[in-house]
Design a protein around this ligand. Structure first.
Ligand code: ADP
Ligand code: MG
Length: 229
């Protein structure tokens, strides 16, 4: 059982991010460029390469759209939002993907917890989308993902627990680094975006992993009465 508070200073390393973007976008571009040359030389049949090239373009598109989330100005005026409602809406968005794998997303956020935070609803939903998507992707067929809320020490605490394989210690250290992914078609941007958003909300994210049992992502947010304004 390993726990690690995730460092937010990773987020401010703009240079690392820029280099990562250049690298990630360059790979598919190099491949497309090579293909165009072969096509021009007339040495290949487009039918054999069409799908590969389409995938490369999709990859650039996916990376760009994930980065757009980061590029949006982070609003600093937050509204009182109901977390239960927010997570319920996210659950609907991910339901098809979950149902296809036989995964049930269980919400347990009591009303006394749900109405305690101020946030930007779109951004907070993005956090739950990214974490829940990772949970679904990590799990095999069938099982549960739990989203539970409680209040502790003047903070709202939301725990997202999956029944996936857990996360090895050497990988936990890298979570939140831009472009760090262990997935074939992953972008490695999801968690970085989560940390960025939660940091702007003056909250924290930590990860706990039980090998072969699952992982828990814990989000801690200040209660509404403790927010500035
Ligand atoms: P991506 O999903 O595109 O790989 P993320 O930033 O969302 O990028 O996640 C980074 C990595 O963290 C994943 O590739 C995976 O290795 C690991 N990870 C995140 N969430 C989980 C989880 N719930 N269970 C196991 N591994 C996870
Ligand atoms: Mg992800």
């Amino acid at each position: 059982n390993q726990e690690l508070a995730l460092k937010s200073e990773k987020l401010t390393v703009a240079g690392q991010l820029a280099a990562g973007i250049a690298h990630e976008i360059r790979n598919p571009l190099t491949s497309i460029k090579g293909f165009l040359q072969l096509l021009k030389a007339g040495t290949i049949d487009i039918a054999n390469y069409y799908n590969i090239m389409a995938n490369e373009v999709t990859r650039i598109d996916t990376i760009s759209s994930e980065l757009l989330v980061l590029g949006k100005p982070i609003s600093t005026t937050y509204k009182l939002e109901n977390i239960f409602t927010l997570v319920s809406e996210v659950k609907v968005l991910l339901e098809t993907q979950a149902i296809m794998k036989g995964i049930n997303i269980e919400l347990d956020i009591p009303e006394t917890v749900a109405a305690t935070i101020k946030c930007n609803a779109t951004q907070m939903k993005q956090v739950f989308i990214n974490i829940l998507k990772n949970a679904i992707e990590a799990m095999n067929e069938n099982g549960n993902i739990y989203v539970k809320g409680h209040i502790k020490a003047n903070k709202a605490i939301i725990k997202i627990t999956d029944e996936g394989p857990g996360i090895p210690q050497n990988i936990i250290k890298k979570l939140g680094e831009p472009f760090f992914t262990t997935k074939e078609t992953g972008t490695g941007l999801g968690l970085m975006i989560c940390y960025n958003i939660i940091e702007h909300h003056k909250g924290t994210i930590s990860v706990e992993s039980n090998p072969n049992k699952g992982s828990t992502f814990t989000i801690t947010l200040p209660l509404k009465e403790n927010c500035d304004e």
